[in-house]
Unconditional design. Structure first.
Length: 377
């Protein structure tokens, strides 16, 4: 394969270990992919001094020391290689993109020297957050890999993923003021204070943490996408200040009141599944409040007929102004609860004429129990 493509500046390897020795003759290569080839010895790569992009993912047991000679590299992918020592990477000062996802024992301290990095991916690397002394920076390496203040020098980072780790504090990240996308999901974080300075953030995933207090988010006014699912959040009032939000996930929290979300005029996707919302009318009103094309919610609250009446009276909208394209109402128990409502239904007739309301089948099942007639006063 290599011999046939000797003049090709890009080579993708597939079961090519036996031919790897011929790589040294390809010093015109700028891009090389050897993903999943069972390679452990990459000494031959040290001669490919013109390489700019290299992918060695899923080659377990690699010794990456030879890579230190490839100083023109701007993009390096070493995903799931069972790496531990990456000291040699500190010489690759032109790196813009580095992916170390899935290396559960990797020691990340050398990354502090890669000051040109724009994108850094450390998903599932068993990172912990522990401040270490400069006098003995390797003291804790035998326990876990450490996310520490070596991050302070990575001021050019715009994309950072440290999800699926064991991080408890994100204090070292406060210096990464140029970040526009940050994923800290699936960790053990309790305090978001460090995010106050990351005012350029546009995308934030902080799901699956213990973040009852989200007030530091008020400073992130550029946010357009926020995932705060499964964070034990009960108060979302601070979110009303994030006027640029377009996508918001709040699934599996402890939220009762969603009225503050009414102020998010640019919101197009909202997910509120599995919360404790106690005002069904406000929930339904929210469906038409913004330019939603995706709206999901589920709750255990049984709406009263009065609440449905309020909703219908307010939401008299012409068909030409319908904004909803997709409402996914996941109230799975609503059909089973229709019968207990019959007595209330008989006391009140609702007028559904001249409305253009879009509901999923579950919600429509409520109104099938109603007769068309004069609106309740």
């Amino acid at each position: 394969m290599i011999d046939r493509r000797i003049n090709d500046p890009e080579i993708k390897g597939e079961h090519i270990v036996e031919q790897s020795k011929t790589l040294k003759y390809h010093n015109n290569l700028v891009k090389l992919t050897l993903d999943g080839n069972g390679i452990t010895n990459i000494d031959v790569l040290s001669t490919l001094e013109n390489l700019e992009e290299l992918d060695l993912s899923r080659n377990r047991g690699l010794n990456v020391s030879p890579i230190q000679h490839l100083t023109k590299l701007t993009k390096l992918t070493l995903e799931s290689c069972a790496l531990r020592d990456i000291q040699g990477l500190s010489h690759l000062t032109n790196l813009i993109y580095l992916n170390l996802n899935g290396n559960v024992e990797v020691i990340i301290v050398p990354l502090g020297q890669l000051t040109q990095l724009v994108s850094l991916y450390l998903l599932g690397c068993s990172l912990i957050s522990q401040q270490i002394s400069s006098q003995n920076p390797t003291q804790q390496f035998e326990i876990k890999t450490i996310i520490d203040y070596s991050f302070c020098s990575l001021v050019n980072l715009k994309f950072l993923d440290v999800s699926f780790n064991i991080i408890e504090t994100i204090t070292p990240l406060q210096y990464l003021v140029n970040l526009i996308s940050l994923d800290i999901s699936y960790n053990r974080i309790k305090d978001l204070t460090a995010l106050r300075k990351l005012t350029n953030l546009e995308v934030l995933n902080m799901s699956q943490n213990s973040l009852a207090d989200i007030t530091p988010l008020q400073y992130l006014i550029k946010l357009t996408k926020l995932d705060s699912s499964s964070c034990q959040i009960y108060d979302v009032s601070v979110l009303r200040l994030l006027n640029n939000l377009q996508y918001l996930e709040l699934n599996e929290n402890l939220i009762h009141d969603i009225v503050p979300l009414f102020q998010l005029k640019n919101l197009t996707e909202l997910y509120l599944n599995s919360n404790r919302i106690t005002n069904f009318a406000s929930l339904l009103l929210l469906e038409h409040h913004s330019n939603f094309y995706k709206f999901e919610f589920s709750d255990q609250y049984e709406p009263t007929i009065n609440e449905l009446k309020i909703y219908l009276k307010i939401q008299r909208i012409d068909s030409s102004t319908v904004l909803l394209q997709d409402i996914s109402h996941q109230r799975k128990q609503i059909n089973a609860r229709v019968n207990p409502m019959k007595e209330q239904i008989s006391q009140c007739l609702l007028n559904l004429n001249n409305n253009h309301l879009q509901f999923s089948r579950n919600v429509v099942s409520i109104f099938k129990q109603l007769e068309a007639g004069e609106s309740c006063q």
